[in-house]
Design a protein around this ligand. Structure first.
Ligand SMILES: [Zn+2]
Ligand SMILES: [Zn+2]
Length: 862
């Protein structure tokens, strides 16, 4: 645990000069016998390509921007601005800090200055971002623009003024949904003159939430068409993080044809980016003492092996919350020394040295070398483990040096956090372990090194974190340390997936009937629906309206469909179906947050450890009838992991590919799952303490799944023995779930799976992967459309893993409902080889409807 890098001689309280990144990396990678670096990417400094001001930008605006230091736009900004000004809907999808805001500010503000009546609506996913943007626009001090935030915190008196006088209104989708659209009559003047709708950070509108927002935007377009002066309605300008196929995602979000601008022409500092895979620990000789890390087989029927359905993120927060609900550290172990590893049974698989331990060592090394370093860790507990271990290692080397490393917690007050940031910027502090880039102040940039412990989920997050490194003119170091996880493993061995063109796309599914029906009810409550409206809301709208009529929510009249009730429909954009369950601190009665009904069984069952804003609670009681869980603050040194039993039946087939012995399908399924028990595992070691039974009712989920089938003959030909088929399919299913986030911005907690050697509805060996959200969220559909690419990556991730019989880096899953049993790694590769050999490599056709399903038995699987 002594830092490998030498402590600089005469190391004083000041900051030692940082070594050049390449030299620093050379020293770091000598730490292990096997070189842990799988790839080094030199991200060169980029000079930036400026463009001239579009001629329509008035002098007043140029001068105002000039006072802010903007002398000319970068080329991508000018290009997007020109398109928008010409009335084309446009999405600008470029890197963090590439200045996307200028791309929409130029056309929007130029129009406001040229036309004293025009208005602009700006949407941000969070109030904080809207407030930042307000400061930026207000700071330009342009006459007559009168920008203003209109959100839940805006006092009522101010709202009237904003409606009547502001020409640049900043709000969020929730406020648009709950406030502005239902009150459209009051906003008619604003909507009549609406020239631009700006959708900032539009990649955050994904999954079920994104599908809701898509319809809120359609409702907005409907009201604009009703009041508006221009037949085409306002021009949409969207800003997105880099992602695969941003034009398609933006088109789905708005329902409009959108042009994408993706060539980033802004300048950036050079970064040496290393991909780091902690070494496999030597396989432990079997010492039967100590608890087994292999959990007992579950009570599920052995022919059907399942992963749990998805505990989705809690309804109150953004995607990142899924890592708080289930500690990201759950799949890694932090042995104090190799001998402290859970010994397990004779068949126990190898594990890699934990990413947390590895990051702690790297942090100690860089700090010892006098390099100001920020380490990103996914969980708060993990951040503390990293900081503590690094401090200890440094103190062993040079007593007192450990004091220059700290952990940065969400629980800290804002001032305390800013103080830590200041200390790091000035070099009083040399190392900081933090959970999330977004919590950090915007000024904390220009560090010498950034360590990223585990794939942060998306490229956008990766670059947000790496972007904290590097000052102008100075080279910086970034290191991505892989966790024991199939996706992390794949990425450190496939740098082209990180540094090449992004393949992960923002997906949403506006046709989800669980989203469409309530949104149509909202629309009808705002104004009766007419046949042209149904076209606006797209596929499935007519069916949804008919069902609303049958359910008594709408009344059909010759002029359209009318909302029948006095009250408006209650629709939560972030809701998941099923009433949210409140999490209440028993001793104080304080409401900590809500968890959507679909996730409650997984996240807040009795005994569950529940994390809320970095603070740990233990659930005393879950009252499903009252929709309430009682908890108390407690920080045990274990995490909890719910286990479930799942069955699945096929309802209908939407689309399929007949590939001889292999079939690929997309369709609706009913998933029945019951959380039956939970494991307690030590946070530090991952060791299973015990498994405790739970008494919770079974739940039904109708959702969308992708599945593939193989003929038993093709499996036999490939050398998969009948007895090994369940383990082969199960292993393939786990890895496929782990790799799907490569294709779509989801995480494995959004998806569930099930594999079986014989499924009654397909009558064949089958692997199902399904959306863990009622009605689907677009993930399974994206998997179907990119099946060849997705399963190729899955196959490679398994085949290239250095372990012998399967490990968490390839085929084991931290959320397996069956305790990762059975699993056969080599046979999983054979299974996927059969699939890939038969599957056409081009993308499947769009829509052979259900009527063309290859086999009638797939219908009505119930
Ligand atoms: Zn492995
Ligand atoms: Zn499983």
């Amino acid at each position: 645990m002594t830092p490998a890098a030498a402590v600089p001689a005469g190391h004083g309280p000041g900051r030692a000069p940082a070594a050049a990144p390449a030299e620093l990396l050379r020293r770091l990678r000598t730490r292990h016998a096997v070189d842990p670096v799988t790839h080094v990417e030199r991200v060169p400094a980029r000079a930036g390509t400026p463009a001239s001001w579009p001629e329509w930008v008035p002098e007043e605006l140029r001068a105002a921007l000039g006072r802010r230091g903007v002398v000319a736009p970068w080329r991508h900004q000018a290009e997007a601005a020109e398109l928008a000004y010409a009335g084309r809907h446009v999405v600008v999808a470029t890197g963090t800090a590439s200045g996307k805001s200028l791309a929409y500010q130029l056309p929007a503000l130029a129009t406001l200055l040229a036309d004293p009546r025009a208005t602009v609506l700006y949407l941000a996913p969070t109030k904080a971002l809207a407030a930042d943007q307000l400061r930026a626009v207000a700071g330009l001090e342009l006459d007559g623009v009168r920008p203003a935030c209109h959100d839940g915190d805006t006092p009522r008196a101010e709202r009237d003024w904003i409606r009547q006088h502001s020409r640049f209104v900043l709000t969020n989708p929730d406020m648009l949904h709950h406030g502005i659209l239902p009150g459209h009559a009051h906003w008619s003047g604003f909507l009549r003159r609406l020239a631009y709708v700006i959708v900032d950070e539009c990649h955050t509108y994904r999954g079920v939430f994104g599908s809701h927002v898509a319809h809120v935007l359609r409702r907005l377009r409907r009201q604009c068409a009703k009041y508006g002066r221009t037949p085409g309605g306002p021009t949409f300008v969207l800003a997105s993080a880099t992602s695969g196929d941003p034009a398609t995602a933006a088109g789905r979000l708005t329902g409009l044809p959108v042009t994408a601008v993706t060539e980033d022409a802004s300048p950036r500092g050079g970064v040496t980016f290393a991909l780091w895979e902690p070494p496999l620990l030597p396989a432990e000789p079997t010492t039967s003492a100590g608890p087994s890390s292999v959990p007992p087989p579950s009570s599920a029927p052995s022919a059907v092996s399942s992963s749990t359905s998805a505990p989705a993120s809690s309804s109150t927060s953004a995607p990142a919350s899924s890592s708080t609900s289930v500690p990201a550290s759950s799949s890694v172990s932090v042995p104090a020394s190799p001998s402290a590893l859970p010994p397990g049974g004779a068949d126990l698989t190898q594990v890699r040295r934990s990413a947390l331990r590895e990051t702690a060592d790297l942090l100690a090394d860089t700090v010892a070398a006098g390099v100001r370093t920020l380490a990103f860790v996914r969980s708060r507990k993990g951040a503390e483990v990293v900081a503590t271990a690094a401090r200890r290692a440094l103190d062993e080397a040079v007593p007192g040096l450990g004091g220059r490393v700290a952990a940065y917690r969400a629980g800290y007050l804002r001032e305390e956090r800013r103080e830590l940031e200041r200390a790091l910027l000035h070099g009083d502090l040399l190392g900081l372990a933090s959970t999330n880039a977004l919590e950090l102040g915007v000024d904390l940039v220009g560090l010498d090194a950034v360590l990223i412990c585990g794939w942060p989920g998306t490229r956008a997050s990766l670059w947000q974190q790496a972007g904290r490194a590097g000052r102008s003119g100075d080279e910086a170091l970034a290191v991505l340390v892989a966790r024991d996880d199939p996706l992390d493993t794949y990425l450190v061995h496939h740098p082209e997936a990180l540094f090449g063109r992004p393949v992960e796309a923002t997906v949403l599914d506006p046709a989800n009937p669980y989203v469409l029906a309530p949104q149509l009810a909202c629309a009808a409550a705002e104004a009766p629906l007419t046949p042209p409206d149904l076209e606006l809301f797209g596929e499935g709208a007519k069916e949804a309206v008919d069902e609303l009529v049958a359910a008594g929510a709408l009344r059909q009249r010759p002029t359209g469909w009318y909302w029948r009730h006095r009250e408006r429909p209650e629709v939560d954009l972030r809701g998941e179906g099923g009433a949210p369950v409140c999490v209440v601190e028993a001793s104080t009665g304080r409401l900590l947050g809500t968890v959507d009904g679909g996730s409650a069984h997984f996240l807040i069952h009795p005994g569950a450890v529940y994390l809320h804003q970095g603070v740990s609670y233990v659930v005393d009681q879950l009252d499903l009838a009252d929709g309430c869980a009682l908890v108390h603050a407690e920080e045990p040194d274990w995490s909890t992991h719910a286990r479930d039993v799942t069955s699945l039946s096929v309802v209908s087939v939407r689309s399929y590919v007949d590939a001889g012995p292999v079939g690929l399908f997309l369709g609706e399924v009913d998933v029945t799952s019951q959380v039956v028990s939970y494991q307690r595992r030590r946070i530090a070691s991952g060791e299973v303490i015990d498994t405790r039974p739970l008494d919770l009712p079974a739940r039904e989920l109708r959702t969308v799944a992708v599945w593939f089938t193989l003929s038993p003959q093709s499996l036999a030909l490939a050398g998969v023995e009948p007895a090994d088929v369940p383990g082969a399919l199960h292993a393939a299913e786990h890895a496929a779930i782990g790799l799907l986030p490569l294709m779509a911005t989801c995480d494995r907690w959004d998806i569930g799976g099930l594999s079986t050697a014989l499924h009654p509805d397909t009558e064949a060996p089958t692997v199902f992967v399904y959306d863990g959200h009622p009605g689907g969220a677009g993930f399974a559909e994206r998997a179907y459309r990119t099946a060849a690419e997705w399963l190729r990556a899955t196959r490679d991730a398994i085949a290239e893993c250095g372990c012998e019989a399967g490990c968490p880096s390839c085929v084991q899953s931290p959320k397996c409902g069956n305790g990762n049993n059975p699993l056969s790694k080599p046979d999983a590769v054979r299974v996927l080889d059969v699939v890939l050999a038969n599957l056409p490599s081009d993308r499947p056709p769009q829509q052979p409807g259900p009527a063309d399903a290859p086999d009638a038995r797939l219908e009505g699987g119930r």
